[in-house]
Design a protein around this ligand. Structure first.
Ligand SMILES: Cc1cc2nc3c(=O)[nH]c(=O)nc-3n(C[C@H](O)[C@H](O)[C@H](O)COP(=O)(O)OP(=O)(O)OC[C@H]3O[C@@H](n4cnc5c(N)ncnc54)[C@H](O)[C@@H]3O)c2cc1C
Length: 411
């Protein structure tokens, strides 16, 4: 079967514009944007921060550089997942990039859910402002008291009471729930009892952030950073009441949605991680040529040539695997694509972490400081070995797919 991993020429022109905007408009203001956090309330946007972010978004939107992630929909620009990979990589080079083009996490995954499974009313109330970049959203699955890498453990209680559902329990690591613009939570809950089949016990409920009974207990810290104002929040629901029609797809169909949501979301993370690896390699190369020690540029000392070469080769391997997984997604068979997504979900963070770590090393003390984007990139990519499924769970998926052909052979 023909496997085209490239871009159509008109799409390449669009990508060139994204690359230029990341380089010329976003990267130069990134340091100033982050320096604003903590001037006053960490969980609000300072006027200057809002001006930078909204100004960039308005520019991208006016230029038609918006919502590239809508790959399988007539609302988008008609990119394939393979083509989107190039865009996500370009946007992922800088932390602000994805949001500027309305392609940030967790919103792209949540918008996919509304697009695929939402009712017309949900689309009107939530998808429309999300697509316009006017509000943000969060995805609530993980819970402090259960091993959430096995989502069948999710235990938040959800009980029918007349025309409503009543939700009780805790969630944590809820990315984006600290953002004052976050207005809606897609929440995985348990609706079925022990007599219900394991994968039909859960439902996805749309909960407005303003619903009463929701408390944000604390921001979780990522290696000591709270990632304000986005945040990863620990939250408690006490008798949170929502209309039963807020159920996505129907009671007991949470797993169908989780599978649909996590596939695209996971691969988007991988594509952006490859962008971060590229950005780190560029910084490493520039630094190794500019700085001298022992009478030579750093590049010519010790094993630094080999380190740079290894980084380049590993990025290229990861990118090809990512494109291949994207190609499988474009074939429309989610089951066939899943082991490929799992492979890249393990490999992309691993490669990006290695490259960023080598770039940190080449920068000496500066590398682990706030003066380069490298330390922040490393901590972010490190969390990807956990978020959207830990490595071990994805390796399990890969091994099961690998072994299946032989067990089937025996039968
Ligand atoms: C920065 C960050 C952002 C996040 N954002 C969100 C979010 O927005 N929404 C959300 O719902 N969740 C989010 N998460 C949570 C994340 O998805 C979970 O942490 C993850 O799914 C693992 O669940 P757990 O923490 O309960 O780990 P556990 O399930 O307790 O697993 C712990 C460890 O057990 C081991 N393990 C598990 N299964 C296997 C296996 N099959 N084989 C071998 N070893 C295994 C692995 O080493 C694993 O890391 C985020 C996490 C982080 C760190």
């Amino acid at each position: 079967m023909e496997m085209n991993l490239g871009l159509r020429s008109e799409v390449q022109l669009l990508l060139d514009r994204v690359v230029a905007m990341v380089r010329d408009d976003i990267m130069p203001v990134e340091a100033e944007y982050h320096s604003e956090i903590g001037k006053g309330d960490r969980w609000a946007y300072t006027p200057r921060q809002a001006e930078i972010l909204e100004g960039l978004k308005a520019k991208a939107k006016a230029a038609g550089l918006w919502n590239f992630w809508l790959t399988d929909s007539d609302r988008g620009l008609g990119l394939s997942t393979v083509e989107y990979a190039y865009f996500a990589e370009a946007m992922g080079k800088t932390p602000l990039g994805p949001e500027v083009f309305n392609c940030g996490a967790p919103d792209t995954g949540n918008m996919e859910v509304f697009e695929r499974y939402g009712t017309d009313a949900m689309k009107e109330r939530w998808l429309k402002p999300l697509l316009a970049g006017e509000i943000r959203s969060a995805y609530l699955m993980t819970e402090p008291d259960v091993a959430s890498s096995d989502a069948t453990n999710v235990a938040m209680s959800c009980v029918r009471d007349g025309d409503d559902y009543v939700l009780n329990g805790e969630k944590w690591w809820i990315s984006g729930a600290g953002d004052p613009r976050c207005r809606v939570y897609i929440t995985m809950v348990r609706t079925g009892g022990d007599d219900t089949p394991k994968h039909q016990r859960h439902s996805m409920i749309v909960v407005p952030a303003e619903a009463s009974g929701i408390e944000v207990l604390r921001p979780m810290q990522v290696y000591g950073q709270d990632d304000a104002p986005h945040g990863h929040m620990h939250m408690r629901f006490t008798d949170v009441r929502v209309p039963a029609e807020n159920t996505l797809l129907g009671e007991g169909r949470g797993f169908e949605i989780a599978q649909g949501r996590l596939g695209p979301g996971r691969i988007h993370h991988c594509m952006r991680a490859i962008g971060q690896a590229e950005a780190a390699l560029e910084l490493m190369c520039r630094r190794s040529l500019q700085r001298e020690a022992f009478g030579k540029p750093l590049a010519q000392l010790g094993a630094n040539y080999d380190i740079i070469a290894e980084c380049r080769m590993e990025i290229e391997m990861a990118r090809l695997l990512c494109l291949k997984a994207a190609w499988y997604m474009d074939q429309g068979d989610a089951k066939a694509a899943a082991p490929w997504i799992s492979q890249i979900k393990v490999i992309a963070p691993r490669v990006a972490l290695k490259v960023i770590d080598e770039a940190v090393q080449m920068h000496g003390g500066e590398g682990i400081s706030q003066d380069t984007p490298l330390a922040r990139a490393w901590t972010h990519v490190r969390t990807l070995r956990m978020a959207d499924g830990p490595d071990a769970v994805h390796r399990r998926q890969v091994a099961r797919a690998e072994l299946k052909q032989y067990t089937q052979e025996k039968m």
